[in-house]
Design a protein around this ligand. Sequence first.
Ligand code: CO
Length: 220
Amino acid sequence: MFVLSELKINKNQLHFMEIDQIFKNNQDWIKDKLKVDSDYFNNLSKGQSPDILYVGCSDSRVTAEELMGVSPGDAFVHRNIANMVPNTDLSAMSVIDYAVTHLKVNNIVVCGHYYCGGVKAAMDSQDLGILNPWLRNIRDVYRIHHDELDAIADEEEKYKRLVELNVQEQCVNVIKTVEVQNAFKERDLQVHGWVFDIHTGKLIDLNIDFDNILKNQNIS
Ligand code: CO
């Protein structure tokens, strides 16, 4: 009993130390920014005009700004489990509306990543409670592409391909929103499907041929 309670105290102390460190890091970051540009935060507070909407996974290993090498103000970001854009998700739909209609971004990226836990969970038939309806959307992606996926014998290759096809289907969901359809009529808005390869750190452009996909799925 004594050992267990001691362990608990140590764990809590460690936890507070980590949170404390974040505020120290923040002070260092402020100093670094002001050293280069004394007006940095004044300018940041004036407003935002990012050119890119990034939709990515919540996975702690897959950051948005860091892997793209962009700064605060450069990207409007939406992250959730398995970088999904469900058509009835108020959060994702609001983000797209604000980014496209108000911020007038010219690029929308859906970025998946290999070894995505959300995609993996969707490949199993485990009961995961509240995650079930969320993962259902990925299971639908599998169902749409079951001919291609079932033909892949290697489980890892199948998993990686489902990550790519999930990105493709979420891009289609982005394209079919009314905001993006209207924006296509007035400006050169581009939709991109990417995958981050955790093994190498590489960002891979899937170069998805959306015209062809929409034509083949009979939903253009
Ligand atoms: Co993920």
